[in-house]
Design a protein around this ligand. Structure first.
Ligand SMILES: C[S@@+](CC[C@H](N)C(=O)[O-])C[C@H]1O[C@@H](n2cnc3c(N)ncnc32)[C@H](O)[C@@H]1O
Length: 278
């Protein structure tokens, strides 16, 4: 609900756009919509620290779709959104749908909310887009993929945005093992992950602690932080090859240059893209 509300606020108030999501306001919760009616979502997310979290949310979405388009150009035609949340890809990117099968995975309660919102918008899920329930802590990604229209023989593009920080390292590695065992070489996975406090400045550490407190208060405890080099080594040992690992500094250079409105990448978060090698 919160990431959709942040995308909505960005779409309504910021220019230039890093990421355009015209459906986010419709998809988010009634509470956020009421807040928009009263003080406005841009004002709600206007504080200097929360702007960095918002910058991360829109920046990672933009980067992931840029990577997806690169994968499409190489012939990949399946997109699996792990913890898709209220991402409106199926509504926003109709231009890509003729070339893609899309599978959205998330917890049942979130998907029920999304279905209700789509119904209110008078929309069905477009042809070629499928939703399947998955609780990553309780179920195997491999089993859910097998029970869906996913084609294991063809490479796929997987995105897992905004989820890795909520998984213990063991759950993350289990998810990645299941993914590698379920898909063809040449598949890609993109995800964002937080780095540990000792790799951050003191100011950045204080911000990260505040965000952890807020998300925990919303029932989502942030668990997994990773040293980039260690994560790369672990994944390479499991049959993945690093395509790129993008630091907040590099994100700022690529997508936020020249802004003076406070929107910038969140200093705790890296973005990683890996290719399945074997
Ligand atoms: C921060 S949101 C990110 C959503 C979306 N990817 C985005 O970038 O806006 C986290 C998402 O992870 C989902 N999630 C949390 N725990 C999960 C679990 N154990 N299994 C599957 N999905 C989970 C939540 O339902 C939510 O949609």
């Amino acid at each position: 609900m919160t990431t959709a509300a942040m995308r909505a606020a960005h779409f309504l108030a910021d220019r230039p756009l890093v990421f355009a999501d015209p459906f986010a306001l419709e998809l988010t919760s009634d509470e956020y919509r009421a807040l928009h009616e009263s003080i406005g979502l841009p004002a709600h997310f206007g504080g200097p620290r929360i702007r960095l979290v918002q910058g991360h949310v829109v920046g990672r979405a933009r980067w992931a779709e840029d990577r997806l388009e690169a994968a499409l150009a190489e012939g990949i035609d399946q997109y699996v959104m792990i913890a898709a949340g209220l991402d409106s890809f199926a509504l926003r990117r109709r231009d890509l749908l003729p070339r893609l099968r899309v599978l959205e995975l998330d917890r049942p309660a979130l998907q029920a909310h999304k279905r209700a919102r789509l119904a209110r918008l008078g929309r069905d899920l477009p042809e070629g887009v499928e939703m399947r329930a998955l609780d990553l802590r309780a179920e195997s990604l491999a089993r859910v993929l097998r029970s869906s229209s996913f084609a294991p023989a063809r490479p796929a593009f997987f995105a897992a945005l905004g989820i890795v920080s909520y998984l213990e390292r063991a759950a993350l590695l289990a998810m990645l093992d299941a993914l590698r065992a379920s898909c063809a070489p040449g598949s890609r996975i993109v995800f964002d992950y937080p780095i540990p406090p000792h790799l951050m400045s003191e100011d950045d550490r204080a911000l990260a602690e505040e965000v952890s407190r807020v998300t925990a208060a919303h029932g989502e405890t942030r668990r997994g932080k990773h040293v980039p080099e260690e994560l790369h080594r672990d994944l390479e040992a499991r049959g993945f090859a690093l395509v790129e690992d993008v630091s907040p500094h590099e994100m700022a250079r690529r997508y936020f240059a020249g802004r003076n409105d406070g929107l910038a990448p969140y200093p705790e978060s890296h973005l990683a893209c890996f290719r399945v090698e074997r």
